[in-house]
Design a protein around this ligand. Structure first.
Ligand code: NIG
Ligand code: FE
Length: 413
């Protein structure tokens, strides 16, 4: 199948390559071509350029896009898409004054989600997750990372990862799976932390490795969850199975996790609502991508990650949703875009770079998605009758996407 788009009002995020994540001043540049063409064949971007240099390509479908802006699809590098039940009771408790930590201490939070997931069949979990994913794709997410972490037992963690495997098989967008057995200490191991770590390392990881159920490994490194030493133990165990780390750090407390994770070669450190001078220093110039999750700050009323300060300090910043039933019951990247601009004071250019090129680096997909680059997947978003990409975050709470293409194929809403 070949498709030619001509007279495109603006083709945004065009780059010859994206070998490195964007940092510093490069975050302010969002390269684009006005009055452009784009040629797609077999689901990949084959050619693009200005209409002035247009070489006619014979194509099965041709579209005149003079009233449309075309951009690469959003890359959501941090989600907990597979969960069994929503948690609006905790939402109400927080309105009445309880904090996220207090709710967790009472057995709510992650343990609540794990109890519900244990009773749900793999098929039901899959059907729910698939429905959510379809909605997210219609909202412009055309690559996604999905974590386990609501299992906390051998059986349930594997159940989630098998659901993610099925999602990979039944959808055409790139999906990366992350094993997050170290999300919380389950109630039955309350007095035996070491026993739970051994369960992760000796029982869960070997099966995950054998069945290729994960691409990455994650740990919730936080007071009352996992210590820095425990995080390093899990990361090291994961690396024996070829799993690189993407970790939850600095959501509520700075406990030295960032420096340790960077030194352990983590692909990304995520959350970062609380940052110290040592944390900035550890990340400055590092390969590790710093992923901010503004919808989580919005929903829990936390501080927003200081992304502009990070960019000034030469840190590679990405944005993602953190979609999960406890801290972020929204997987809408358009809303992340708005929050990044409105609450974090990122320019639309910075925010869009963070949710495409840098987010692709945060999940090892920099050669596949995140920009209009020859050879990359034709995962594209179309916006009608807007003058610039700034209109997208401006229309907060809405999706103004007109059309979504995955591998060059239209996704029906
Ligand atoms: O990224 N912080 C850890 N994990 C999730 C929330 C988990 C939950 O509350 O269910 C997060 O915010
Ligand atoms: Fe998360």
């Amino acid at each position: 199948m070949s498709i030619l788009f001509t007279h495109i009002k603006e083709l945004v995020q065009v780059r010859e390559h994206t070998n490195e994540p964007l940092r510093g001043a490069a975050m302010d540049e969002l390269p684009s071509i006005k009055n452009a063409y784009l040629f797609v064949e077999h689901g990949r971007i084959v050619d693009y350029g200005s209409m002035e240099d247009f070489h006619p390509h014979p194509a099965e479908e041709v579209y005149n896009c003079e009233d449309q802006i075309i951009v690469p699809g959003y890359v959501d590098s941090h989600t907990h898409l597979v969960f069994a039940a929503t948690r609006e009771k905790e939402f109400e408790d927080r309105i009445h004054g309880l904090t996220y930590e207090e709710i967790a201490a009472r057995g709510g939070g992650i343990l609540n989600s794990a109890a519900k997931l244990a009773t749900m069949s793999e098929d039901d979990l899959f059907n729910q997750a698939q429905k959510r994913l379809k909605l997210l794709i219609s909202l412009g997410t055309t690559s996604i990372e999905v974590k386990s972490g609501y299992g906390l037992s051998v059986e349930s963690e594997l159940k989630i990862l098998r659901v993610v495997k099925r999602l990979k098989e039944e959808n055409y967008i790139p999906i990366k799976a992350t094993f997050l057995g170290a999300h919380a200490i389950p109630a039955n191991y309350k007095n035996d932390r070491d026993g739970y770590l051994k369960l992760i390392i000796d029982e869960m990881l070997p099966v995950i490795g054998k069945e290729h159920l994960a691409d990455y490994i994650d740990v919730f490194c936080e007071k009352n969850y996992f210590t820095v030493d425990e995080m390093l133990r899990v990361i090291e165990a994961g690396s024996a199975y070829g799993l690189k780390a993407k970790v939850h750090v600095n959501q509520f407390n700075a406990i030295g996790a960032i420096d340790a994770a960077v030194k352990a070669g983590a692909v990304s450190v995520d959350h970062l609502e609380v940052m110290t001078t040592e944390d900035y220093d550890a990340l400055s110039g590092a390969k590790t991508v710093a992923t901010a999750l503004p919808s989580c700050s919005f929903f829990l009323g936390l501080d927003y990650a200081p992304v502009n300060e990070m960019i000034d300090k030469n840190i590679a910043v990405a944005l993602a949703t953190d979609y999960n039933p406890g801290s972020t019951p929204s997987g809408n990247m358009n809303f992340v875009f708005s929050l990044a601009c409105i609450k974090m004071k990122m320019t639309p250019q910075r925010a869009f770079n963070a949710m495409t090129v840098n987010a692709a680096h945060a999940m090892g997909l920099q050669d596949e998605v995140g920009s209009i680059t020859k050879g990359k997947r034709a995962n594209l978003l179309f916006f009608k009758d807007i003058d610039s990409i700034a209109a997208v975050p401006y229309h907060f709470g809405h999706s103004i996407i007109d059309r979504v293409l995955v591998n060059g194929i239209d996704i029906k809403k």
